[in-house]
Write a protein that binds this ligand. Structure first.
Ligand code: NAP
Length: 377
């Protein structure tokens, strides 16, 4: 007996709902859900891709099903990976080894370089493959992944913490701490899952942050995130903790060619890496050039934790892909207190509205997440 199409659609819908649980934690990887199902349609195991750098949905579902996966059907929203990924072994091998008899796929792999490769490998191993169950819905769930695939830039997560009245610091620039311990803990978790954390010179001068992942379970990725300061003229003081505590994590300062070579030499002598990129029309580091430099160094995810000046430029010229806006139940008030974005902003009629917005309570704070709308809807 094999599971009929009506039941398969129900199961694929459940796998899609599971995939959603990884949203905003796995990007730029795709959100994927998977179920292991018996021949009479009973669910034996569930899994979804939970976090960037972590195991894929199929691996979680197969582990959940255990020995009962032998001879069973795998229902998965995206064609399993067949390529030799650096972070996780290919899922095709795991499916084969678990003894799965049939694989039902929602969407083929949208990455043209690998489309159909897994389906062919599974078929070659004698596993029945069926594609396109809730195909349209599964493809829609992958649109942000697809839109980002060809860009050659990192996935930028812009994060800020603000008061209930939209201030990111008080009138004299103090911002510690706006949000509570649970929100700050989540930020540390995200820091452990990005390859670079970026701020502007202003944040280094005022806050003197460490920008490390300080969680007992440590960074999830093999190496701690590169700490990056955009500092057009190399004004950052060498006493700043990012520079003075090189053992915590590597630091890269990105400047423009207008920066003083003597100052560059001072920083380099202090063990700090300095890179020079193109300037924007205002003579400051062009964020697009910074992203390209970081991408060329293997950075796929950036957490942008800057103040309003850099954030304002980034969102105006290059966009971020994902927004994490924490709002705390505290009121700061006062006109000099800053908002998350410097600059002129947008008129209400064309103000960017986040896509796929989601609001979650984190302790006493609210977290609003969404995709920046420059990505195709
Ligand atoms: N609540 C929060 O989430 C949060 C987060 C971070 C900071 N803050 C607060 O924000 C305040 C600092 O704000 P800020 O705006 O000065 O910090 P920032 O955005 O981190 O740094 C701004 C500086 O970055 C440099 N930069 C390099 N390239 C740039 C570019 N293309 N566009 C814009 N800037 C560029 C500029 O200095 P050069 O021109 O010299 O390069 C600029 O002055 C502090 O009070 C801090 O506490 C709050």
């Amino acid at each position: 007996m094999s599971v009929g199409i009506e039941r398969l659609r129900e199961l694929m819908a459940e796998a899609l709902a599971l995939a959603e649980r990884g949203r905003f934690r796995v990007e730029p990887n795709p959100c994927v859900g998977a179920l292991v199902v018996s021949s009479d349609g009973e669910v034996l195991g569930r899994g979804f891709h939970r976090e960037y750098g972590g195991p894929h949905a199929e691996v979680h579902a197969l582990a959940d099903a255990g020995e009962s996966a032998r001879g069973a059907t795998l229902v998965v929203t995206l064609e399993p990976c067949a390529h030799d990924e650096k972070k996780t072994p290919p899922c095709v091998a795991a499916v084969r080894e678990a003894g799965i008899a049939r694989v039902v796929v929602g969407s083929p792999d949208p990455n043209r370089a690998t489309t159909g490769r897994a389906a062919a490998a599974l078929a070659a191993a004698g596993i029945e493959v069926e594609e396109g169950v809730l195909g349209e819905e599964c493809r829609l769930a992958l649109r942000h992944y697809e839109a980002h695939l060809a860009r050659g830039r990192p996935w930028v997560i812009a994060k800020w913490a603000m008061s209930a009245d939209g201030r990111v610091a008080d009138a004299v620039g103090r911002s510690r701490w706006i949000t509570g311990a649970a929100a700050r803990d989540l930020v540390h978790e995200i820091r452990g899952r990005v390859e670079a954390i970026v701020v502007g010179r202003g944040t280094v001068e005022v806050d003197d942050p460490q920008l490390t992942c300080r969680r007992p379970d440590g960074p999830a990725l093999a190496r701690p995130a590169l700490r990056v300061v955009l500092d057009s003229r190399l004004g950052v003081p060498t006493t700043a903790r990012l520079l003075a505590e090189p053992d915590a994590a590597p630091t890269l300062v990105i400047a423009t060619s207008a920066s003083d070579p003597d100052r560059r030499a001072v920083l380099q002598a202090a063990g700090v890496e300095v890179a020079v990129v193109a300037a924007d029309e205002d003579g400051r580091v062009d964020p697009r050039a910074a992203w390209e430099l970081l991408h060329a160094r293997g950075v796929r995810r950036v957490l942008l934790e800057s103040g309003g000046r850099l954030l304002g430029t980034v969102l105006r010229v290059s966009g971020a892909q994902q927004i994490m806006a924490f709002t705390a139940p505290v009121v700061i008030g006062g006109e000099p207190a800053r908002s998350p974005f410097a600059g002129d902003g947008w008129p209400m009629s064309s103000a960017p509205r986040l896509l796929s917005p989601r609001v979650t309570a984190i302790g006493d704070d609210a977290l609003l997440e969404g995709y920046w709308p420059a990505l195709p809807a």
